[in-house]
Design a binder for this molecule. Structure first.
Ligand SMILES: [Zn+2]
Ligand SMILES: [Zn+2]
Length: 395
């Protein structure tokens, strides 16, 4: 009887301490983060805001029924998510080691303070002059140039048209101390976007410098636009204005990869022929023999036609599907971003494969052998000898 009573008391006491701990924790939490409140009676869902450096961040904390913090889930607003980007492992570690929710919230606040310090643009709110200055500058530039502006009024996207009618956009992130501090600019360009800036500069200066840079690249884009328009480009799938490379289809499983120089876009580019040896070798010989015919006054496409003595298949003459033959191993055309660029050299076979697929396939065959990073084996289709280099992405 006595034993039972004692046990009972202990259990009661435990309950009591637990309840007491919980309520003490809650009052502390209310003190620390008055905007973070439990949503249910079980107190497994907390919702609200945590305040760091006078900024409120929306957060929801989901606890398991036993309130174990290490199994807690955090749902953050996007600003918080953005701010905690790169701190995920620290937050997880703090969840594991904090004895209760209050300690964790305190830890989280410390992490956020550090994160805010490293990202001053998230911290300081610009003074009122900032906004009036912004309006004056936009009025000077013309509101028609504004594509979009974010809700914080710090990131603007401005449109610009080059002399050939191509549309471009420059993204300008203004600093809170604008225009004393230079803004951060970026655009879809093959070259770095370097802007000169003085405290007297304005958005108009950014726009003018951007236009000048666009003009310096006009010839480069004209060369690439001609290729994109008159040939079948296999890679990149959707070229951006920053892409300097094109892989152009010549015939089924035969293509040429050119790397166009932004400064000298009509010079002989770096070329790489891809395809079965019996087709590629004669083309390579022509390229070497006719290189002296390259005319830097003509476009790359015209020069390639003359030097290789071929007509490129174009959207006017061919369907793209005639060049996008799928890989003979995975039966897909794209594997992540790769297209099948390995081809069986047997003229009667010519089956294309992804490099990664062929490498894995050959390595799995008992009859294949590897020397350094090259695997020798048999074509899965015609059993003729085939080799593949280890994919560069793989260790
Ligand atoms: Zn494949
Ligand atoms: Zn084959």
């Amino acid at each position: 009887m006595l034993a039972w009573s004692a046990n009972h008391v202990v259990i009661l006491a435990q309950h009591h301490t637990a309840d007491f701990e919980l309520s003490r924790m809650e009052s502390l939490l209310v003190k620390e983060s008055p905007l973070l409140l439990p949503l249910n009676k079980e107190k497994t869902v907390y919702d609200g805001f945590i305040t760091v450096q006078e900024r409120d961040f929306r957060i929801r904390i989901l606890l398991p029924p036993d309130h174990q913090l290490k199994l807690a889930k955090l749902q953050c607003c996007w600003q918080l998510k953005q701010l905690l980007c790169g701190y995920g492992h620290i937050v997880k570690q703090r969840l594991h080691h904090s004895p209760d929710l209050v300690s964790f919230v305190l830890e989280l606040k410390t992490v956020l303070e550090v994160a805010l310090k490293c990202r001053p643009e998230c911290r300081s709110i610009p003074p009122p002059q900032y906004y009036s200055q912004l309006i004056i500058e936009m009025e000077d530039l013309g509101w028609d140039k504004l594509v979009s502006i974010d809700t914080e009024f710090c990131t603007l996207r401005l449109r610009a048209e080059d002399s050939s009618g191509r549309q471009h956009v420059v993204t300008v992130k203004l600093k809170p101390k604008h225009p004393v501090e230079a803004p951060w600019c970026s655009a879809d360009l093959p070259v770095p976007l370097a802007m000169t800036w003085t405290p007297q500069s304005s958005l108009g200066h950014v726009h003018t410098q951007f236009l000048l840079l666009l003009e310096s690249l006009a010839e480069f884009w004209a060369v690439l636009d001609e290729i994109d328009e008159k040939t079948w480009v296999l890679e990149p799938e959707k070229p951006s204005r920053a892409d300097t490379m094109r892989r152009i289809a010549i015939a089924n499983n035969v293509s040429i990869k050119v790397e166009v120089d932004t400064q000298h876009p009509k010079m002989l580019p770096e070329c790489c022929l891809l395809g079965a040896e019996h087709v590629v070798t004669p083309l390579r010989n022509k390229l070497n023999a006719n290189m002296h015919l390259w005319n830097p006054d003509c476009s790359i496409l015209q020069n390639l036609r003359d030097v290789l003595e071929i007509e490129f298949p174009s959207p006017a003459t061919h369907e793209k599907s005639s060049f996008s033959a799928e890989c003979g191993i995975c039966y897909a055309y794209r594997l992540e971003s790769a297209i099948p660029d390995q081809v069986c050299n047997d003229p009667r076979c010519g089956q294309p494969f992804h490099q990664a697929c062929l490498y894995e396939w050959l390595r799995g065959l008992p009859s294949s052998r590897q020397s350094f990073n090259i695997v020798f084996g048999e074509c899965p289709y015609c059993s003729k000898p085939i080799t593949v280099k280890m994919s560069t992405q793989k260790p």
